[in-house]
Design a protein around this ligand. Structure first.
Ligand SMILES: *Cc1c(COP(=O)(O)O)cnc(C)c1O
Length: 461
């Protein structure tokens, strides 16, 4: 099982190497050389069983099945719900897949828990150490902190914009108590944090000296781990049943995982609507084939305030008939001029991928949170509401609609109480969060100081 780059100028590598690298050296994204065919999940299989089968197929010769099972048991054993991704009914022909039963109440836990186990196992085996650096606007940092806390072979550095993440989001990052988790609060915004991380990766000498690695949503391990819950949903709702997924989307990693599950034979058919907020880059891409650089707008669903959906590159690669020339030319044009048009010949195949995108206005998102509570007595987070709003608008179909719930309402208590008048306490398992001492260091918006701190704390020591 080999992984190739969407830009076609990097050597093929095995699963572990692709995952530890994150981005391919030619700037492309790793994708399997061919899609493994995997037997669909059976209703009687546990989540860990299904995850073991699927992730073993993606790992190929790089890891044996028992090793993968061990990683999955550690990753998913601690979820608050033993089904990991349980389904609840929202209405006639409409189910919600709850992906927020992990330690930080967001779907990012599902992949991050696995990736941390994978990194620690692979690096310990190789006798290596890595510095994982991530910039976060909220959820990714917490999920990474919870997952990597206590890892033997990884130092985690999280850059978050000081006083610009919600209190709950900050607590999840800063209260692990683990000496290998380093929180940096930067006096700037998320874009500045992300720019610093990019600059660190671009500096090859620095990256090599600290063993720099990234676990953002383009990392193949995240996509692979997310494919699992599409398979378990199919098994639970009926192996032959046509499903239509609605996926609250930002970087499109979650929706891409559904496409991957379908290509590997895990689904009866495939249709997924990427539900986006007023940052409608994905909708524009699917409907007009235009990619344009834009300012991001602040919305009630901040984890989806994304203007360059990074995983689209993999879909473009597929729609082009796996032609790296097309991918390179589109992204080079885009980075040079700030806009690019998809070539006419990929538009048809793109519309046959089963993927599409629709956007929702902020006011509709908020109204949906109130309406959903009225109808079901259940509070949902604003990201999930972008999805359920779209699910309501879909044309009647034979297919059963499954909306992915990407975060717990308690992660966004301010918005929830504003629109529904309801207080939403943290689940009991997180109740101690606000009593734990926070550990973070504050930094000015200065790359040199941050690099110095990473060198001092990480492998450069
Ligand atoms: C990250 C995130 C998303 C978007 O997921 P992508 O894989 O980037 O499309 C949606 N909802 C929540 C709550 C998130 O944290």
């Amino acid at each position: 099982m080999q992984y190739i780059s969407t830009r076609g100028a990097a050597p093929a590598v095995d699963f572990v190497t692709a995952c530890l690298a994150g981005l391919a050296p030619d700037g492309g994204l790793y994708i399997p050389e061919s899609w493994p065919q995997i037997a669909p999940a059976r209703p009687e299989e546990s989540y860990i069983d299904v995850a073991t089968r699927i992730l073993s197929a993606f790992a190929g010769d790089a890891m044996d099945v028992e090793t993968v099972r061990g990683l999955c048991e550690k990753a998913y054993g601690e979820f608050a719900h033993h089904s990991v991704a349980p389904l609840v009914q929202a209405g006639p022909n409409h189910f919600i897949m709850e992906l927020h039963h992990g330690p930080t109440l967001a779907f990012k836990d599902v992949a991050m828990q696995f990736i941390a186990q994978l990194y620690d196992h692979a690096l310990t085996l190789r006798g290596e150490r890595m510095s994982v650096v991530c910039a976060t606007s909220g959820d990714t940092g917490g999920a990474a902190a919870a997952a990597f806390a206590g890892a033997r072979s990884v130092d985690l550095f999280i850059l978050h914009p000081h006083e610009r993440v919600s209190p709950v989001q900050r607590l999840f990052m800063t209260t692990t108590g683990a000496p290998n988790v380093h929180n940096f609060a930067v006096d700037s915004d998320f874009d500045a944090c992300q720019a610093m991380v990019k600059a660190m990766f671009a500096d090859r000498a620095f990256a090599a000296s600290v063993g720099l690695s990234g676990v953002n949503s383009i990392n193949w391990a995240r996509i692979a781990a997310q494919a699992v819950y599409y398979a378990t949903a199919q098994a639970a709702l009926g192996p032959e049943r046509a499903l239509r997924f609605v996926v609250p989307s930002g970087n499109m990693g979650d929706a891409l995982a559904g496409y991957v599950a379908a290509r590997c034979g895990l689904l009866a058919g495939f249709e997924a609507v990427c539900a986006v907020n007023e940052n409608r880059a994905l909708e524009t891409l699917f409907s007009t084939g235009q990619m344009r650089r834009q300012e991001s707008l602040a919305t009630p669903s901040p984890a989806m305030d994304i203007t360059v959906p990074s995983n689209f590159e993999r879909i473009l690669f597929e729609a082009s008939g796996r032609d790296p020339e097309v991918v390179r030319s589109v992204y080079e044009t885009y980075s040079r001029s700030g806009s690019a048009a998809l070539p006419e010949r990929v538009r048809g195949p793109l519309s046959c991928t089963g993927l599409s995108a629709q956007s929702v206005r902020n006011a509709e998102t908020l109204a949906e949170m109130a309406r959903y509570f009225d109808e079901t007595g259940t509070l949902i987070c604003p990201h999930t509401a972008v999805g359920t709003h779209i699910a309501r608008q879909l044309p009647v179909s034979e297919a059963l609609t499954v909306t992915l719930s990407t975060a717990h309402a308690a992660k966004f208590p301010e918005t929830v109480s504003e629109v529904t008048g309801q207080a939403v306490p943290l689940p009991a398992r997180c109740a101690g969060l606000s009593e734990t001492a926070e550990v973070f260091r504050r930094f000015p918006n200065d790359l040199e100081q941050i690099r110095g701190a990473i060198e001092a704390a990480g492998t450069g020591q």
